[in-house]
Design a protein around this ligand. Structure first.
Ligand code: ZN
Ligand code: ZN
Length: 105
């Protein structure tokens, strides 16, 4: 089976990309019959979305600075994503939710 370079258009970002013989061979080896619909960059991006999504979220939450605080409602120790300011009430997550739902009513 002979492969020749094809110029394809990415259905995702619209960029023209070369589907070269080497890639075509690896595509066929993996059982793909059709041409790829996404350019290599979009395919990589999609792979990262699926595989690394959870890891990214974990990184985000650990990178985010949390400050220790005491809940003004129930008095338990909690953490808030902002620096507590004197005179401003800080609530734990549970109380924050109930305060929010009470005020929205
Ligand atoms: Zn693309
Ligand atoms: Zn509380």
């Amino acid at each position: 089976m002979r492969f020749t370079s094809k110029t394809l258009t990415c259905s995702y970002c619209g960029t023209m990309f070369i589907f070269d013989p080497e890639e075509q061979r690896s595509f066929v080896m993996r059982g793909y019959i059709n041409n790829p619909r996404r350019c290599p960059r979009c395919r990589l991006g999609r792979k990262a979305d699926q595989g690394g999504g959870f890891g990214n979220y974990a990184n985000f939450s650990t990178l985010r600075m949390m400050y220790p605080a005491t809940c003004a409602e129930c008095g338990i120790d909690t953490e808030v994503p902002f620096e507590p300011i004197d005179g401003r009430s800080v609530y734990c997550r549970r109380c924050r939710n109930s305060v929010r739902s009470a005020s929205s009513r």
